[in-house]
Design a protein around this ligand. Structure first.
Ligand code: SF4
Length: 66
């Protein structure tokens, strides 16, 4: 599927996993992580995002520490 906003989305994407084939395709990114019981990287604070652990547990822990 081609995303018409991919170039624009990539510019605003805070996910550091740059080899991911879903970067800039937010609908696919959200669907992928939701299906795995996870949260997309852009919702995490930077230090937690860089761990690539997209679990809900890591999300709650990361924001609880702030
Ligand atoms: S959050 Fe996950 S699916 Fe989305 S761009 Fe980053 S690694 Fe890819």
């Amino acid at each position: 599927m081609k995303c018409g906003n991919q170039d624009k989305n990539v510019k605003n994407c805070t996910c550091t996993y740059i080899s991911c084939n879903k970067r800039g395709m937010c609908c696919e990114c959200v669907a992928y992580h939701r299906q795995n019981g996870e949260i997309p990287g852009c919702f995490f604070p930077p230090e937690a995002e860089r761990s690539y652990d997209r679990s809900i547990k890591n999300f709650i822990n990361a924001w609880s520490r702030r």
